[in-house]
Each structure stands twice: as structure tokens, then as C-alpha cells.
Design a protein around this ligand. Structure first.
Ligand SMILES: NC(=O)c1ccc[n+]([C@@H]2O[C@H](COP(=O)([O-])OP(=O)(O)OC[C@H]3O[C@@H](n4cnc5c(N)ncnc54)[C@H](OP(=O)(O)O)[C@@H]3O)[C@@H](O)[C@H]2O)c1
Length: 263
């Protein structure tokens, strides 16, 4: 059961229009930084994830800093696909509408170079891809009917090649990137914008213990890049921007060389 915590949330009214957003996967890292960034820009936000303590303190901080109730939270495990339609309806009703939907939830569960682990692969695929579909489909349908709205999917540069280190993570992000492109191609003609975000390495819980990282960005830098892309109605961004050029090179490394790289 989703658990709402939103005392006197500031709702949009005709006299006080405000942009309303949902962030799925907002309790830490990029999602939390994005929540702080968008709240600073005046958004009213519903923040979703499993860890109640983190969501609670994030909402308290946002509401204290902005001097009004701009953020509320709902406890939600994205693997509970069946709960999504009701929860979406409830949030839209609680907040008085929806302008922006961000799917950011993600996990990385590398099995090890020479190991194969279906349970880890399934968990990765469920959170990074299947649950994204469970949310993005009804949101797309809603925005299609409204003929307006913005959708953001946090994918990864990792979706651009299949590496030896984390195959199911690479595949889940490749699938998400492709799905978001198809969604954009469907929805652009109806006035709905879809943004695909491809971060490089970001200093979050997900990166803890990762080997061979470089050019590691802060979640705040990535959140600022995403917020700017939302304002500009961009279709796809790499963040930080240098990753566009790095991935241009990486995409063109011949397979005979790429398969020898142990990262
Ligand atoms: N860090 C990087 O280097 C990097 C690079 C490229 C892309 N990304 C992508 O950026 C996104 C955010 O990751 P991050 O780096 O900020 O890591 P993070 O701090 O671990 O954040 C992951 C978020 O996903 C949520 N989440 C995970 N499983 C969930 C579930 N079953 N139900 C609901 N929420 C769930 C987590 O919330 P709860 O645990 O509270 O549920 C958390 O809010 C991910 O999609 C990741 O793949 C990260």
C-alpha cells in the first residue's frame, strides 16, 4: 500500500498555477538532487521510492527551504507493477494535475566477470526496464489525451555497448533508451516531450565499490543539466556533456578490440 505523506501540499489553482512533477526513485543520488533542483524552480513534487526515512527528510528539507509544502512522498516499490495505475491516479488527484514525469529508479547488480546470476539479472531488468514501462505507459496515455506534458527517463551511457562487467544493466538501459525513443516518436506529434538522459559516472550510492571510474560528476551537476534540458524541451542529453564525445568514440571501437576490454 502506497503511503502518502503530504500535509497541506501546495496545489495548483487557476490563480496560482504551478508546475507539478512526479519523480520515481527520488530517495537518494540523482533523484534526490533533481527533487531539490526542481523544487527550487517552483515545482510541486511527488517523490516516490521505498526508503521512507530518506524521503521524509528530503521532503522536510525542501519544504523548509522553500517556505511552503512543495514536496510530498509516497512509499512505493516499483516492482509492484499492479499498483501503478491507482497510485498514478491518486497522486494526480492529490496534487491537482501533472506536467512532468521522471522515471529515475535504477539498480546495478553486477554478478562478477565469470558469473551468471538470473535473480540479479531479473531484479535489474524489473526495476530498470519493466517497471519503467509500468509507469511510462499510463503516463504517456494521460499526456496523449491532454495533448501536453513532459516525460524524462534516466537511462545511461552504459546502454550503448554490451560490456563484460555488467551485461543485464547494459541491456536494461539499452531497452529503456530504445523505448523512450519510440515513445518520443509516438508522442511528439501530440505536443508531448520525451527526454532521454544518459549520465556518465555519478558519485551516488550506485557507484560505491565500482572500479575504473573517471570523470565522476556530482548528482547536483547532473540534476542541473537535466533541469536545463527540461526547460529547453531537449530530446536527449549526455551529462556531463563531455560524455557525448566519449561515447562517440566508444560506440566506434571495433568489436574485436572492445571484447578484450575488461571493464
Ligand atoms: N551513478 C551513476 O554513475 C549512474 C550513471 C548512469 C545512470 N545512472 C542511473 O541514474 C539513476 C539513479 O541512480 P543513482 O546513481 O542516483 O543511484 P541511487 O542513489 O542508488 O538511486 C537509485 C534510486 O532508485 C530507487 N529505487 C531502486 N530500486 C527501487 C524499487 N524497487 N522501487 C522504488 N525505487 C527504487 C532508489 O530508492 P529506494 O532504494 O529508496 O527504493 C533510489 O531513489 C538510475 O536509473 C541509474 O541507473 C546512474
Amino acid at each position: 500500500m502506497a503511503n502518502l505523506h503530504s500535509p497541506n501540499i501546495s496545489r495548483a489553482t487557476p490563480l496560482h498555477p504551478r508546475r507539478i512533477g512526479i519523480i520515481v526513485g527520488a530517495s537518494s543520488g540523482i533523484g534526490a538532487a533533481l527533487a531539490r533542483q526542481l523544487a527550487n524552480e517552483g515545482y510541486t513534487l511527488a517523490l516516490l521510492a521505498r526508503r521512507k526515512d530518506l524521503l521524509e527528510s528530503l521532503c522536510e528539507q525542501i519544504n523548509r527551504d522553500s517556505g511552503e509544502a512543495r514536496a510530498c512522498f509516497y512509499i512505493h516499490d516499483v516492482a509492484d507493477y499492479g499498483k501503478v495505475p491507482d497510485l498514478l491516479r491518486r497522486i494526480v488527484s492529490d496534487l491537482g494535475g501533472l506536467d512532468l514525469f521522471i522515471y529515475n529508479a535504477g539498480v546495478s547488480r553486477p554478478a562478477g566477470f565469470k558469473k551468471y546470476d538470473f535473480e540479479k539479472d531479473r531484479a535489474t531488468t524489473e526495476v530498470n526496464y519493466l517497471a519503467a514501462l509500468a509507469w511510462l505507459n499510463p503516463v504517456a496515455e494521460m499526456f496523449l489525451n491532454l495533448k501536453t506534458g513532459q516525460i524524462v527517463g534516466i537511462s545511461s551511457v552504459a546502454g550503448e555497448r554490451g560490456r563484460v562487467g555488467n551485461p543485464s544493466y547494459n541491456a536494461s538501459k539499452a531497452a529503456l533508451t530504445c523505448y523512450l525513443e519510440a515513445l518520443r516518436n509516438r508522442l511528439t506529434r501530440f505536443g508531448v516531450h520525451v527526454l532521454t538522459v544518459k549520465p556518465g559516472f555519478v558519485a551516488t550510492d550506485m557507484l560505491k565499490g565500482a572500479k575504473k571510474t573517471f570523470l565522476v560528476a556530482t548528482p547536483e551537476k547532473v540534476a542541473a543539466d537535466i533541469a536545463r534540458a527540461i526547460r529547453r524541451h531537449r530530446q536527449e542529453i549526455y551529462t556531463p556533456g563531455i560524455w557525448r564525445w566519449i561515447m562517440l568514440v566508444v560506440r566506434n571501437i571495433p568489436s574485436v578490440i572492445f571484447r578484450r576490454m575488461t571493464f
